[in-house]
Ligand binder design. Structure first.
Ligand code: NAP
Ligand code: ZN
Length: 346
């Protein structure tokens, strides 16, 4: 299936138009015409080889929505014309103890990433969503509720579920105080979800100009982090803090803000190790944890939650020839709050 997209041909090179073929449908596959693909900061980290070895040519993109165009012979979940979404993984072993409980992102055999990795045959390079067509096994695709506008849905497939999952796991809700560090693509979804779940939300940002937006999204408090004294004044007051920052950060400043039994969740992936003060961690029995996207059932649940609470990502829709500039603006924290590519422009 001839597909037009954008690819990176070598680390840090700009993205450029790229044509390739998607596989013919296997019996459990669906094909779909992509409408929109979000730009996640993980795309930038990988295109620039900031996480170590990458596979080129790379077609990034793991926040993908579209309309089903063809079905393999055994497909039961989708019909032609259905709205469909794909996130950060396209396959997993399906049989390990994590897969069978719907935690496929933690597949013991390794989840199969939507791009920058090999499919489960070990030789086919997976190519992602910055393209106009997609093929995937139906079990790894999501149904999009009819009420949700599609460009604002695309970022839910990574940014959305990545924040929804830890908020559920650590039981954010009425009475809990949640902090979100970084108001970017992930962070803004965290604010919307935590507020919808009933938590009291504080945004920690190094961009003073984002306060009004943060409050509109549901944050009660907005803290500009440039002055460490402001953070010190908030010591021992949070149950849960989600760090979505894509750059290096002194996480000890934030560990110090946790109450007894509070948890700081590492979500941002700058690529370099964090330094952690054992004193900060021991005091008040604090936890430092990590969380990676979410499994298939919880991603579908998150989409239903969005329909129920009318939650979408705030997006700036761009054409394909703007991707490189969008990367620069994302790195400069100048994104409100997710760039989404209009796939008609590939
Ligand atoms: P993003 O849209 O670029 O947002 C990151 C935000 O971090 C920025 O908007 C900015 O917020 C803050 N920030 C950036 N540079 C900073 C600096 N030098 N100092 C302090 N704050 C800074 O990125 P994203 O797409 O949300 O992704 C965030 C991170 O999560 C990336 O590292 C990405 O790879 C990772 N990620 C993890 C998972 C997972 O499963 N755990 C999934 C997807 C992505 P303010 O302007 O408000 O300060
Ligand atoms: Zn992502």
């Amino acid at each position: 299936m001839e597909t037009r997209g954008y690819a990176v041909l070598q680390a840090s090179a700009p993205l450029q138009p790229f044509t390739f073929n998607r596989r013919a449908l296997r019996e459990g596959d669906i094909a779909f015409d992509i409408l929109y693909a979000g730009i996640c900061h993980s795309d930038i980290h990988q295109a620039r080889e900031e996480w170590g070895d990458a596979i080129f040519p790379m077609v990034p993109g793991h926040e993908i929505v579209g309309i089903v165009s063809a079905l393999g012979s055994s497909v039961t979940k989708f019909a032609v014309g259905d709205r469909v979404g794909v996130g950060v993984f396209i396959d997993s072993c399906g049989t390990c103890e994590n897969c069978v409980v719907g935690q496929e992102q933690y597949c013991l055999d390794g989840m199969t990433g939507t791009y920058n990795g090999f499919e489960r045959d070990g030789t086919t390079v997976a190519l992602g969503g910055y393209s106009n067509k997609f093929v995937i096994n139906e079990n790894y695709a999501f149904k999009i509720p009819a009420s949700l506008e599609m460009s604002g849905v695309a970022p839910l497939l990574c940014a959305g579920i990545t924040l929804y999952s830890p908020l559920r796991h650590w039981k954010a809700g009425p009475g809990s105080k949640v902090g979100v560090i970084g108001l970017g693509g992930l962070g803004h979804m965290g604010v919307k979800f935590a507020a919808a779940m009933g938590a009291e939300v504080t945004v920690f940002s190094h961009s003073a100009g984002k306060e009004e937006d943060a409050k509109r999204m549901g944050a009660k408090h907005f803290v500009v982090t440039k002055d460490p004294k402001v953070l010190a004044d908030l010591a021992e007051s949070f149950d849960l803090i989600l760090n979505t920052v894509s750059a290096e950060l002194d996480i000890n400043l934030y560990l110090n803000l946790l109450k007894l039994n509070g948890t700081l969740v590492v979500i941002g992936l700058p690529g370099k190790p964090y330094e952690v003060s054992a004193f900060n961690l021991l005091r008040l029995r604090r936890s430092l944890a990590g969380s990676m996207i979410g499994g298939l059932p919880q991603t579908q649940e998150m989409l239903e939650f969005c329909a129920e609470h009318n939650i979408l990502s705030d997006v700036e829709v761009i054409s394909a020839d703007y991707i490189n500039e969008a990367y620069e603006r994302t790195v400069a924290s100048d994104v409100k709050y997710r760039f989404v590519i209009d796939a008609a422009t590939f």
